[in-house]
Design a protein around this ligand. Structure first.
Ligand SMILES: [Zn+2]
Ligand SMILES: [Zn+2]
Length: 223
């Protein structure tokens, strides 16, 4: 029904038929080399440099595309226009197909960066959760959406100083007590749509590791 009211059009050029026509899909700038999620310098396979790693830091990061052009437009539409219902799944499939090669093997639990419940209610969905769900299904991992809770609404970051920004994010996430046993000694993939400064995912990793998680890997559609 939604396709009838909002027929699928290419995000890049507007051609009818699909969200990415062949030629616009080819323009997506896919990531070819990894970065260390702690210092953001080059790192093979996105593994955190041994010198950057401490007890509570994130272990690695995989991102599929550079946040520009058609991918940037797609992510923004996905976030703010929920009626493009299948777009999230299409993006999830792109993420699943490509990260299949870049997430280390093993048993993982997939989760997503949470939104504050007020924000989720306002938007009607959590975009990271939609991606996480597809990842879980496609890669055969258990998907648990509410491992972390966002306990305070993050203020608009742009208006804050560097110090305020760090504090604001550091206090934003807490473990959801009901999943404590489930995550103990486990490996977790933390999914989000975009890696910008990385502060959010690094903080999530920190909270998870303090809660007994063994390994945390970030996975984003773009960076
Ligand atoms: Zn196109
Ligand atoms: Zn590093």
């Amino acid at each position: 029904m939604w396709d009838f009211i909002f027929p699928k059009r290419c995000i890049g050029c507007g051609a009818f038929g699909s969200y990415f026509c062949f030629s616009c899909f080819r323009k997506i700038h896919f990531v070819t080399s990894g970065i260390c999620p702690v210092c953001e310098r080059a790192s093979i396979y996105g593994v955190t440099h041994p010198v950057c790693l401490n007890k509570y830091s994130i272990d690695g990061l995989s991102s599929v595309a550079i946040y520009e052009g058609v991918m940037k437009i797609a992510i923004r539409k996905f976030k703010y226009k929920p009626y493009l219902s299948h777009l999230g799944e299409v993006l999830g499939l792109i993420l699943a197909n490509i990260s299949h090669f870049s997430v280390p093997k093993g048993e993982w639990i997939v989760t997503a960066v949470p939104l504050h419940r007020h924000k989720e209610k306002e938007r009607g969905f959590n975009q990271a959760e939609i991606l996480g769900k597809v990842i879980g299904e496609r890669l055969g991992y258990k998907f648990v959406p509410d491992i972390l809770l966002r306990q305070k609404e993050t203020k608009i970051q742009a208006k804050l100083s560097e110090e305020e920004r760090k504090k604001n994010i550091a206090e934003a996430f807490v473990l959801n007590g009901k999943n404590h046993l489930l995550i103990s000694e486990k490996s977790i993939i933390m999914v989000d749509d975009v890696w910008t400064t990385g502060a959010t995912i690094r903080t999530c990793a920190n909270v998870l590791k303090r809660g007994g998680v063994k390994r945390v890997w970030g996975l984003t559609l773009a960076r």
